[in-house]
Design a protein around this ligand. Sequence first.
Ligand code: PLP
Length: 494
Amino acid sequence: MNQNLLFRRIPKVDLLLGREEIQSLIPLYGRCRVTEAVQEETDKLREELRAEIEKAEKRESLRKGESGRAEPSEAEKEAEAALERSLSERIEKLPERIRIFLEELFRPGLRRVINGSGTILHTNLGRAPIERRIAERLADLVSSYSNLEYRLSEGRRGERYSHFEKLLCRLSGAEAAMAVNNNAAAVLLILSTLASGGEVITSRGELVEIGGKFRIPDVCAQSGARLVEIGCTNKTHLSDYEEALNENTKAILKVHSSNYALVGFTESVSAASLKPLAERHGLPLIEDLGSGVLLDLGRYGRMHEPTVQEAVRNGVDVVSFSGDKLLGGPQAGIIVGKKCFIDRMKKHPLTRAVRIDKFTVAALELTLLEYLKEEGIEERIPTLRMIAETEEKVSERAERLLSMLLGSCRGAELSTLPCESQVGGGSLPLEELKSRALCIRPLSMSITALEERLRGLPLPIIGRVAEERLLLDLRTISDAELPELAEELKEVIG
Ligand SMILES: *Cc1c(COP(=O)(O)O)cnc(C)c1O
């Protein structure tokens, strides 16, 4: 086989760069990246050719070994001709491969997806979506200068928390507030500020792991506080707290068991019951609420999730919760509570390391502004809308999607099916929300192939596979997404 001849047929980089199809890519992607793309694609082609020659030669030497003949066989000549043909085809496709390479290189990796999983706060899918109207105002704010840390009334330095602190206080009833990068950072900051070098008392029933290696005992260790575990997994009494107190105790910590539930023979001590004890000993009572919600979800017929207002009313001195869980805002760790404690946290060196940026400040303020007027809040915060929506409303949307598809999706059997959505994000673990899904049973491809195709679309669709069917839960798909979703589904299963 004349290998050199084959390799020499692969065009030189300079030659390719001179071609019109490649030249036209330069204004789009820049000379440097286009040259790189040409280099990488021709290298790839050379590698492919090398591997194929090796394969062909192995086959031939096997054959020679069997027959004992050394001269080139008909089969070898044929293999060489086939190699040449496939090489010619690939050389012809080279400019196209270079164009696709560049297109993919320049496409943002972080993209919008359609969440058909039915999990409302899906950490892998970015948790709470923010209302488009808020997002538009956000874009305006962050694409110009702002008074992020500047007091317009006095013409001097201000505080980035000032834009939402008063709002948080009004909404929660707390004296002071701030926010950091996420709730994990909030807990770390609280313990570092209030309990470092001392002991913090926590019930064994509340030693939460929230995933991503975040465990309460580890965070506590990181903060320099010593965790004193009390009670048993299922039961902790007030006397357990009393007995653990000593001169080294610096705080009492309660953690909301946000992502699990203890049922049966259980007992825990409420913040309200702990308050007098903490007060008597001059200790701060801290509560990590996890999700933290500003309204009673019971109004939507859902289970009650402890609200931030309740924690404040119960006398908790420092409360922390996430911005992008049930609140439905940006990723943040919100801290509300007594001014004396919050002031110390604002001054702690760790705060600078976990501080929120202007995107978060803007999105948090705009989200909280929506909460000021309570009426119709579930229309303005997507997370609450999805939690509040009735089964009937979701079913209507499922039927609407089905009717948009019927007649133009011959590659699959389509129907709608009752299903259950989840709140997710480590919130309301026992709550199963009755919902409805579009059910796709593909006729000409496997269910895994369908699932993969949908994931690979320009606007990826994430579904749930259940017994040879793909389910798209309409609770987490909005009205506005239906036309795009229908178009894409028709493409794939039309
Ligand atoms: C989710 C959660 C956290 C962490 O919040 P992030 O905002 O994700 O960092 C901490 N504690 C509890 C109890 C949680 O549920």
